[in-house]
Write a protein that binds this ligand. Sequence first.
Ligand code: NAD
Ligand code: UGA
Length: 413
Amino acid sequence: MAAPRGRTQEGRRGSGGSEQSIGIAAPVAGQAAGFTVARKGRDLQFMNVLVLGGGGFIGSHLVDGLLRRGGYDVVAYDLYREKLEESIGHERLRYVAGDIRSDHERVERLVAESDLVIDLIAHANPSLYVSNPLDVVRLNFDENLKVVEYCVEHGRRLIQFSTCEVYGKTVAPLIGPEAVVSEEDAARYAVFSEDTSHLILGPVGKHRWIYSCAKQLLERLVHAYGLEDRLDYTIIRPFNFIGPRIDYLPSEQDGNPRVFSHFLQALKDGTRMKLVDGGGQRRAYTLIDDAIECIARIVGRPDACRREIFNIGSPDNELSIRELAARMIEIYRRRWWDGVGRLPTTETVSGDAFYGEGYDDSDRRIPDITKARTLLGWEPRFGIDEVLERSMAYWFEEPLERGLVEKPVLTGA
Ligand code: NAD
Ligand code: UGA
């Protein structure tokens, strides 16, 4: 494995083509919680981090976080840059616009030039798993596998974003509610651990699981390269991160985003929140700030994280989608409602009607975060109300400054 290559402040790369490096004030380099900054003599050494999908929800927060903490030269590669507003112009950020499906040589070169590759590129939206299953596999497996292999070839450390969806469903829907004798049993079945839980998916005809399956197969290949001692990697399984900049409002662009954005739209318009199949399914929501802190620790502690899989999530923040709707309405009523406008109500719709045929669902998933606690000393700080309130504030307090995000990536090349 090649040793990470530091680069001094003088060693900046130039930019060309659609690669942009727009300098403003120099950041204060230093060491914040979770980050290791290599130092050599009096020169600061900057680790070169390539963030594939750096223009996305998690990616843009990660780029901002790395630059804020200092010690990193960051290349953010993405189709879009709108979510990088906070950091575009930072002298240690280079944004590279590209489509990974047709940009193989350049992506390989970027991998070769980096010390660490963080791969977040994926279709990450359930409606696409149903409407465009082949595109999901081609991007989330085929293209990501190429990145894995570039890392193997060039001896680069890889942090690969997978998903909590690899766990699939709990056993509860399989064994039937009568076999789940207590609430404690049900909760126990829903707690997923990285190295021991079984991965339970639905039938092939329920192609929602194609996303989970593609991510799982990628994890298995990454693991296999590790077994042959050819790859230094860490796999991350996020559990429903939310926060500013997640997805887009359905009124802003075409598409079918994740639930939080649909519910926001209903709050803005006073329309109905749709509860798919009644909204009894449960999720544990994590504020993006908590998540970034954990990812930061993974970035900064390669030895502790070598060939490990990490759940990142907030186990105490679990609630049903029906409760999510009610909480969001309540928070909105308390914080932003003018007392006059219509407040949303809820209605039930079937999964097939909402997403199309082939939809199936995770009934429940709670992260076991013992590993992140033990190896990284990480603990999520934000409870569910704060997670929701902080995330919602972005849409209700800064809508004018925010501007619109660009078009979604919906189909294959
Ligand atoms: P996102 O859609 O905001 O980010 C994905 C980024 O990839 C987007 O910016 C998109 O433009 C970019 N991208 C897509 N196709 C591309 C292409 N062909 N070429 C270049 N860039 C392309 O999603 P996110 O929520 O930030 O998720 C990031 C990663 O984390 C994904 O791998 C996702 O599967 C995983 N994940 C996220 C969550 C979550 O809670 N948000 C949960 C589980 C897993
Ligand atoms: C998400 C996506 O697959 C990925 O972003 C990611 O891998 C992962 O889970 C995650 O974020 O951790 P899911 O949680 O099912 O999957 O996505 P949402 O669209 O946010 O849906 C959550 C639940 O709300 C689902 O049960 C869905 O059926 C329901 N829903 C969605 C509604 O009831 N109403 C809506 O308007 C939209």
